[in-house]
Design a protein around this ligand. Structure first.
Ligand SMILES: Cc1cc2nc3c(=O)[nH]c(=O)nc-3n(C[C@H](O)[C@H](O)[C@H](O)COP(=O)(O)O)c2cc1C
Length: 544
């Protein structure tokens, strides 16, 4: 079979993801693999698509290889899909699949987006492989890659393809006409409407105009198509070190002065290729240059979306989950009398701002006692922060996560779903562990399913209910005993003590973490969901 690997990572041959494809190539000399660094060649394909068209026509199977970037694929792959569709090259009947690496944060939506576009092109789509960044270094990861390939070949041979989702019915589209009453403007607030509205896009233009008329504040429009972006994010992480992007196209400055200064953001776009025209994705990815903090940090945002949003369930998941992932759980914990502070993380990944708590403490000088909590890698970041700041943090609450660093387990509550085996395997301590029967990994948040996660046997509501109860019990006990060691607590759920060799492995993991930190690679290891902090008001009021 002729397999064309479309390596859409901006890192080209240094891509983590493409190494899985290269590994499969080495194992399968019976197939012809062609690996193209399309992510790096996007500019040249814009000028001349013919060389890529020839490769696409010869291929039997297109294997998309790319990193997950900001909930979907990197800009480079979005642009590639646009070029393929604009060229009209016939890919119908060809096989398509995909390999990604990521920290599994919105890898599901990335995969669905590629699948949706392959369906548009009439391709036969086989479920892809979503690997963790360092999976290929492990025996398990290598086995999963081999299994994936075997299944892929079997599916191509026997016609086992994914069924495309329902499409929006063909309908006559009427152009939106302004209809809202104009409002008098109140001075003092600056609302910025960030859009990629094309000059001929009358529908979106009218929506924006109507919104601006009805808005009781002054507003301005920033059109991303007019900004001369030199290219997509290169994934080099240079900005994480220097706070500046390696491109010299002025985007940093534009972001700071034209966008970030606003009091509220409205993102306005027309749905295209199941997201929107690629300049918007370029903007999404390039926001990383903001010292790895979201531009929208603590600022109200809204969306104006033109198109058949009802039929774009994947896009809906992205837009809606960005806003709401942890609010239901926090609201449930809040009902137990605990004030919760959700700390916005750059791109919802705690790794990009592991020290965020430092900015929170001074804002609440009256509070003496803090607990820090987090889910997934948000938990890893929370425990890393707590280990480094033992005087500032009284306790740690981990959900679907385990202690990462040197924080005492007697000061830590660890809650995980019984179906989340990978977390259980890493817990090599015995204090304060609550296993939620039938719970899984993703249901601590409301961001939808997560690749590699087992389906839960209980609802998300039930899982979060039990989590809130565990947190309440942990904090109550803590207050009563005035920081007495929590031995014996949650004894009904306590796990059996680990064997000595398992304790040994914890020491190794700790060292591994430090080595990685020295190399600055810890960023890669610890991409994860948003961390959040808990402030126990009852405790502080008792003390006051
Ligand atoms: C701009 C940017 C955005 C990212 N967004 C996500 C994300 O949404 N979810 C995730 O799990 N990982 C995310 N990551 C991490 C990458 O998916 C991960 O580093 C990937 O393994 C890189 O693969 P590559 O070396 O093949 O480019 C992001 C990284 C960068 C630089």
């Amino acid at each position: 079979m002729n397999i064309l690997v479309l390596n859409a990572s901006p890192k080209g041959k240094n891509s983590t993801t493409v190494h899985t494809a290269l590994y499969l190539q080495a194992l399968h000399p019976e197939h012809t693999f062609t690996v193209l660094p399309v992510g790096q060649r996007i500019r040249s394909y814009e000028k001349d698509f013919a060389p890529l068209r020839a490769e696409l026509e010869q291929a039997d199977l297109l294997l998309f290889s790319y990193p997950v970037y900001t909930f979907i694929a990197p800009y480079q792959l979005h642009r590639l899909i646009e070029l393929i569709k604009a060229d009209g090259v016939d890919l119908s009947g060809k096989f398509a699949s995909q390999i990604t690496t990521s920290k599994h944060f919105y890898d599901v939506t990335a995969h669905r987006w590629v699948e949706e576009n392959c369906f548009d092109l009439g391709m036969n789509v086989v479920r892809g492989l979503s690997a963790d960044m360092d999976d290929l270094l492990t025996g398990r990861g290598q086995r999963e890659a081999r299994d994936f390939f075997d299944q892929l070949m079997f599916s191509c041979e026997h016609g086992l393809f994914i069924t495309p989702p329902a499409r929006a019915p063909e309908a006559e589209r009427t152009v939106y006409q302004p209809q809202l009453p104009a409002a008098a403007k109140t001075k003092g607030k600056d609302v910025v409407i960030v859009t990629n509205c094309a000059p001929e896009d009358e529908n979106l233009r009218n929506m924006i105009a109507d919104f601006r008329a009805a808005l009781p504040f002054d507003s301005r429009v920033v059109n991303l198509r007019e900004f001369p972006l030199a290219g997509g994010c290169l994934g080099c992480f240079g900005c994480a070190v220097t706070g500046k992007c390696v491109y010299k196209d002025g985007f940093d400055e534009f972001l700071r002065t034209q966008i970030q200064s606003a009091d509220a953001f409205v993102y306005a776009f027309t749905i295209a290729d199941h997201y929107t025209q690629s300049s918007f994705k370029c903007y999404d990815d390039r926001q990383f240059c903001n010292g790895h903090r979201t531009v929208t940090h603590g600022t109200p945002i809204a969306y104006l979306i033109s198109g058949d949003y009802r039929y774009e369930s994947n896009l809906r998941m992205i837009v809606e989950a960005r806003a709401e992932a942890y609010l239901p759980l926090l609201d449930r914990i809040r009902q137990t009398g605990v004030t919760c502070i959700l700390v916005h993380m750059p791109f919802h990944m705690a790794i990009f701002d592991p020290g965020a708590a430092e900015d929170i403490f001074p804002q609440f000088p009256e509070i003496e006692h803090w607990y820090m909590a987090g889910h997934l890698m948000g938990g890893a970041m929370a425990s890393q922060f707590a280990s480094g700041h033992p005087d500032e943090i009284d306790g740690l609450i981990l959900m679907g996560a385990y202690i990462y660093g040197d924080y005492p387990d007697e000061n830590t509550l660890t809650v995980y779903g019984s179906l989340n085996q990978s977390v259980e395997d890493h817990i090599d301590y015995t204090e304060n562990i609550v296993e939620i029967e039938g719970g899984n990994h993703a249901q601590f948040g409301n961001y939808g399913p997560q690749k590699g996660d087992a389906p839960a046997a209980i609802s998300a509501q039930e899982q979060q209910e039990q989590t809130a109860e565990a947190v309440e019990a942990f904090l109550n006990r803590w207050i009563r005993t005035e920081k007495a060691p929590l031995r014996g607590f949650f004894s009904a759920c306590r796990k059996p003590p680990r064997r000595p060799e398992q304790r040994e492995s914890r020491g190794k993991r700790g060292r591994f973490g430090r080595i990685l930190r020295d190399r600055m690679c810890f960023l890669h290891r610890s991409v994860g969901c948003g961390a959040f902090l808990l402030r126990n008001v009852r405790e502080s009021s008792e003390r006051n």
